[in-house]
Each structure stands twice: as structure tokens, then as C-alpha cells.
Write a protein of this length. Sequence first.
Length: 193
Amino acid sequence: MKHLILICGLLVAGNCGAQILALPYDSITGRINYKQITEVPNGKQDQVFTNAWRWLQKKYGPAVDTILVMDKEHGRIVVHATVNQALTLKGTEHKAYLEHLVTINAKDNKCLVQISDLKFKEHFDATEFSSAGWKEVPLEGVVLGVMNGRFGEANSKAYVKFLISEDISIKAIMDSFDAFVFDADALQATRDK
């Protein structure tokens, strides 16, 4: 699968210049899609699946909204999660939350972890043109809005700052998966001796 780099926009911090954010863009689906394959040298599918589930419970715990798939036989877990930290936009009291899917596919000696379907969920008050309620905006739509200057300078800066923070957070989540699985694999190897 080919990956292109999507340039998110510019965050201008006073006169300090700009910061550019590159997000993993899947050219086939057109969506932002974080993924990694973790090699587990001594891992059987059952053990890799169990360790992945333990990591998910420990790392995500209360952030998991729904378990969509839990298939131990095929080594597949899919959960819908919401980031607890909210983005507050200037000039409004609205809070936007970042939702996403976490997909884990465990096989013998390896595991694919994917964080995809990222979208902002924001509650809007009723207006004369629309009713009150939660609305979802795919992250790609927010990126395009920032790039095209659709949110105003203050809100664009808030979105970019939040996106940079979440990009760092998602990459840290992926790294924590590697560390957790390697530690669990090493522990299992010592038990087997």
C-alpha cells in the first residue's frame, strides 16, 4: 500500500516561522491511517492476541467506547475509542473530541496495529438553520479546512496545535504497544524455559 505525506498546514507562532505536520495518508482510501507491524519472534497467534488485548485494556481503558470485533480465533480486535482530552475552540464554548478506530490483527510472530477513521466529534447548539446535536467531521476535512483558511486564524492555530499533539500521542501509543508486547514476549520466553 502506497503512503503519501499529507501536509497539514502551518502553525505560525508569532514571528517565529512555521511548523509543518506530516500525517500518514493512505492513497487508496484517502484517509489518514497510522499503522505498524510489530515482529514478535517467539509469539504464537494466541499469545500475541492475549498480549495485544492486555495492552489495549491497559493503554486505552476508559477511552474505549465500543468493542466492535473480538475474534480470538482469527486474532482480530477492533475498538472505537475517543480521546479524553478535548479541543476548545476560541470564540465558542464548544469542545471537540477526537474519535478513532483501533484495529489489531495478531498472527504467529507478528501483529498489525492500526489507528484509523479519525474524526472530530463536536456538539453544536441549535440555530435557525439546524438543530442541536453532535456532528462528526473526518480529520481529513479539518486538515483541508486549516489548509484553506476556513476556520479563522485563532481556530486554525488551535486545530494545528491539537493535531500536532495528537500525532505525537498516537505515535507514542504505537511505541508503547511495541514495548508492552516485547516485555510480555520476553516474560513468556523465560516462563517456557
